[in-house]
Write a new protein. Structure first.
Length: 404
C-alpha cells in the first residue's frame, strides 16, 4: 500500500473516544521519498456508516443476478498537509518527523459491524497517509490504519462496579408448573437472575450476577429422594453448563426506503454461557428440605436449590441508534428440564455504554516524542469485539476514505 522506506506511520492502537483529538506522527525518509517521486504528503481522517442490502434475481437463461443497494453516511472528513516539497526548508535531515492532530467530532456512533445473508452494516473509522506522486502514471502511496471509536459513557456506573457494587439489585424471575410425563401431578421450578440495578452497563467492565434455581417436587414419599439417588424430578442443575445463556443483538438497518432486521447471537466469554470458564463461577447448593403434606398420607414435597454467582463482561459496541442503523442487546437465560416443554426462560434488556470519558484537549505545541497517555487510571477503553473482516477493511467503503 505504501513505499516500504518512505513513510512510516506512528499512531498508538487504542480505542478512541468521540470528541478527543487524535495525535501521532509520521517518519518521512526524504531520500526514499525523492526516489519514489513523492512531492507532497497528506493525512486524512475518514468515518462513515455503510449499510447494504443484497438482492438476488433469477432470470430465465441468464441465471442468478446479484444487485446491491448501498447507502453511505459520512461521519467525519478531515484533511491536512504534513509535508510539501515546494515549501520545505533547505538542509533537512535524511528522516524528518511530521506530527499531526486530528479532531474527532463529538456525537460519533461507535465502531460497529454486522453481516448476515443479504444484509450488512459497518461503522468504520480510519486515518490514511497519502504520498502524492507527480506524473499521471504514478499511483499515490498510501498507509492506512483502521481504529475503533466509542462515544463517551457513564463514568458513575464504571466507578461503582470497579469499586465493588454496593447499590440496589434488580431481579428477573420466572416460575412454572412442569411434569416429566404427560400425565400426573405437576412439579414446580423457579429461576431468578439478579444483576445491579443500573440503567446502563459499561462496555468491558465486569458486573456481578447471581442466578438462583429452585425446584419443588410433586407429592412423593420422603425416602424417594435417597432411593432415587437425588435424581427425583425436577432436579436443579448440577453445573452452570446446564443453563443456556446468550447475548442477543437486535436492531434494524436501513438503505433508503428499505429496512432489514439485525438479529444475532453473541458468544459470551469468561463466565455464564462459556463452558470453558466454569471455574470462574461460584456454585452452592441448598440442603434439601422435605415439607409434609397436611393430608398427604405420609407424602410431601422436596425443595432443592442451586445458586451460581460470578461476573459478566460484555465487550460489545455500545447500544446506539442512528438514521440508518440501530441496535440493542438482550441477555437470554434458559433452563431446559427433562420432559416436553419444560423450559424456563426470560430476557434481560442490557443497555451497553462505553463507560469512559473523553480525554482533555492536548497541550500545544504537540510533541511527538511524548508517550500517549490516557486520563483515566485504568487506561484506554477496552477493545470492542469486532470480527477480523472489520480490521482487514473487507467491509469498509474505502472509496470514501480515499476520496480526494
Amino acid at each position: 500500500m505504501g513505499h516500504p522506506d518512505a513513510i512510516t506511520l506512528h499512531f498508538p492502537e487504542f480505542v478512541r473516544v468521540a470528541g478527543e483529538v487524535l495525535q501521532g506522527h509520521i517518519d518521512l525518509d526524504l531520500g526514499a521519498a525523492g526516489e519514489d517521486k513523492i512531492d507532497e504528503v497528506h493525512i486524512k481522517l475518514r468515518g462513515s456508516i455503510v449499510t447494504r442490502i443484497t438482492e438476488y434475481e433469477n432470470k430465465p437463461g441468464e441465471g442468478t443476478q446479484t444487485h446491491y443497494k448501498t447507502e453511505t453516511v459520512e461521519l467525519v472528513r478531515v484533511d491536512q498537509v504534513l509535508w510539501d516539497q515546494k515549501n520545505a526548508p533547505p538542509n533537512l535531515p535524511q528522516v524528518i518527523q511530521c506530527p499531526f492532530q486530528l479532531p474527532l467530532p463529538t456525537g460519533l456512533p461507535p465502531s460497529f459491524h454486522f453481516s448476515h445473508h443479504n444484509r450488512a452494516v459497518t461503522i468504520s473509522y480510519a486515518i490514511e497517509v497519502v504520498g502524492h506522486r507527480h506524473g499521471i502514471l504514478h499511483a499515490n502511496r498510501r498507509v492506512r490504519k483502521v481504529f475503533p471509536v466509542v462515544p463517551p459513557g457513564d463514568l458513575a456506573a464504571t466507578a461503582a462496579l470497579s469499586q465493588g457494587w454496593r447499590g440496589p439489585w434488580r431481579p428477573y424471575r420466572v416460575q412454572d408448573k412442569i411434569r416429566h410425563g404427560i400425565f400426573g401431578d405437576h412439579s414446580e421450578a423457579t429461576m431468578e437472575f439478579v444483576v445491579p440495578e443500573l440503567p446502563t452497563f459499561p462496555m468491558g467492565v465486569g458486573f456481578p450476577f447471581a442466578l438462583h434455581i429452585w425446584t419443588k417436587t410433586k407429592p412423593v414419599h420422603q425416602e424417594d429422594l435417597e432411593s432415587k439417588h437425588g435424581k427425583l424430578f425436577p432436579a436443579p442443575p448440577e453445573s452452570a453448563s446446564e443453563v443456556e445463556v446468550k447475548l442477543k443483538r437486535r436492531g434494524r438497518l436501513h438503505v433508503y426506503f428499505q429496512s432489514e432486521d439485525i438479529d444475532e447471537n453473541i458468544q459470551l466469554r469468561g463466565s455464564l454461557g462459556d463452558s470453558a470458564a466454569l471455574a470462574n463461577i461460584r456454585t452452592t447448593f441448598d440442603q434439601p428440605t422435605f415439607t409434609p403434606m397436611p393430608d398427604g398420607h405420609n407424602k410431601g414435597v422436596w425443595n432443592r436449590g442451586v445458586h451460581f454467582e460470578g461476573f459478566l463482561t460484555l465487550p460489545e459496541a455500545p447500544t446506539y441508534s442512528t438514521k440508518t442503523v440501530e441496535w440493542h442487546y438482550i441477555l437470554e437465560v434458559k433452563m431446559d428440564f427433562p420432559g416436553l416443554g419444560n423450559i424456563l426462560k426470560f430476557e434481560v434488556p442490557i443497555h451497553i455504554n462505553s463507560g469512559v470519558a473523553c480525554p482533555p484537549l492536548p497541550q500545544a505545541p504537540y510533541q511527538y516524542n511524548v508517550p500517549y497517555t490516557y486520563p483515566l487510571p485504568g487506561g484506554p477503553p477496552p477493545m470492542i469485539n469486532l470480527p477480523p473482516s472489520y480490521w482487514s477493511g473487507e467491509h469498509h467503503n474505502w472509496d470514501e476514505v480515499n476520496g480526494e
